[in-house]
Design a protein around this ligand. Structure first.
Ligand code: GTP
Ligand code: MG
Length: 205
């Protein structure tokens, strides 16, 4: 899929104020600093469409970006960032969980995990929650450029095996990415394109 346009639409902390257009939507979620905003810039080939930072906690709002005028990418705040204020200390902030529970347009979530790390309890907990709520998701392994080529497949396979030994009968779809090297870009865009097409076919029946 070619990206012809990528436009910032709106930011907020209230799912009720998110754009009302009933077009397909995909959201990026994961621990702070895992590379969600960088991935959105990589996918759209726009250097600073989404704001990124070396310090965790950069994205604080639900950010909607409209792609090719017919679907949304959503950049979300990270979870698991220890230095948030006491008031915000809940593991998953309510406006984030409300977003997932109430956003009818959301066709699939992408849970980002750093390929260098073993499965972290907070990520497994979030994926389990998505499963319980029947929200489709896939896993995006980020920062693959930080590993030697022969370690990349091995680490990803070990992660997915750990998941299936734990609560999951089957591993979710997964993608291996590097935002600095545009690795995984085509695969993710094709995956989204496939879901968009199935959605439109269903609408036209
Ligand atoms: P929050 O908004 O704080 O939740 O973080 P985020 O998940 O949006 O992460 P962000 O995209 O801001 O990236 C965090 C840091 O990781 C930045 O310093 C990025 O440059 C770096 N980074 C992101 N993706 C990659 C990658 O694929 N490879 C490398 N080497 N660094 C990356
Ligand atoms: Mg961010």
């Amino acid at each position: 899929m070619k990206i012809k346009s990528a436009d910032f639409v709106v930011s907020n902390t209230n799912v009720a104020q998110c754009p009302s257009e009933p077009i397909p939507e995909y959201a990026f979620i994961g621990r702070s600093n895992v590379g969600k905003s960088s991935l959105i810039n990589m996918l759209t080939e726009r250097k600073s469409l989404a704001k990124t930072s070396g310090r965790p906690g950069k994205t604080q709002l639900i950010n909607h970006f409209k792609i090719n005028n017919n679907w949304f990418l959503v950049d979300l705040p990270g979870y698991g960032y220890a230095r948030v204020s006491k008031k915000d200390k809940k593991t998953f902030q309510k406006y984030i969980t409300d977003y997932f529970l109430e956003r009818k347009q959301l066709l699939s979530a992408f849970v980002l995990v750093d390929i260098r790390h073993e499965p972290q309890p907070i990520d497994l907990k979030f994926m389990q929650w998505l499963g319980e709520k029947s929200i489709p998701f896939s896993i995006i392994f980020t920062k693959a450029d930080k590993l030697k080529p022969n370690a990349i497949q091995r680490e990803a396979a070990a992660y997915l095996t750990a998941m299936t030994e734990d609560v999951w009968e089957e591993a979710p779809p997964h993608f291996i990415t590097s935002s600095t090297h545009a690795l995984g870009r085509e695969e993710i865009l094709e995956y989204i394109d496939g879901i968009n097409k199935a959605y439109h076919q269903e609408q036209n029946r």
